[in-house]
Design a protein. Sequence first.
Length: 289
Amino acid sequence: MRSLRNAGSWALAGALVVASAAPAWSAKKPVDVDRPYWRTNLFKRVATDQKFLLTEWMPHEFKDPLFVCSLGAGLVIVIQSGTRETGAFDLYLENDIQNVSGSAATSTARVFTGLGEAVVVASVLGITYLSARRTQDDRLAEASSLAAESFLNAGIWVEVLKAATARVRPDNPDANRFFQYGASDNASFPSGHAMCAFSVASVFAGVYKDKKWVPWLSYGLATMIGASRLVVGRHYPGDVVVGAVLGASIGRGVVARNGEDTSRLKGTIVPVVGPEGRGVGVGWRHAWK
């Protein structure tokens, strides 16, 4: 039943995302002599993106030390936790976050969690795209269309990874265990909120890479959405870190497929651990040169 609700939510989100029907390493993209890539059919782009992401983009990403280190750090947190509570670093960190989060932090986290819901994000992107087209702001329309594409791509990957890993969420009898296919509430890894938020943020950061405040705002909001999932007790830190890294990568891939040069985006998602190893989060490290 839960999987049906998730599928229905993504179907509604896809319907609300409205769009008209090479980086330095030369990504190939569909050619339309009449319209730019971002104005071609959204759902056809998403369908063809899957092969591009698997066969071209991800192999390219795995040659980037920053991507490998960021993803590796998140996976180390997850793998170290194992499938038992003994030595479950990820679970202990989540418990620490729960213990130190007061009512104000929880209330704020619920607001950001709400902002990261699929229907909310899809609605905002649809409205932004239509408004930009009406005012002939092609740059904003391009960013909104590509962000919608990236958002739907992330949604597909999230559902596949959640179904494959079946990690039980916190505050459940089998909390932290993987591959619990018959358990309830077993869609913890990775964080869908973090993955989708960073997939959208990286598109806006890529399209508006000449405006320094856009990456800060985009990634800052995405970070707050990801962190909110820890405070409300719906994910482990590893879920959020891996979701953020993969989401940002998908967004960069969509920007690359649109023909934008992503080589000057000097940054990466990194895990942030508090003093004495207590507390964990995710941040964006940006190099100005």
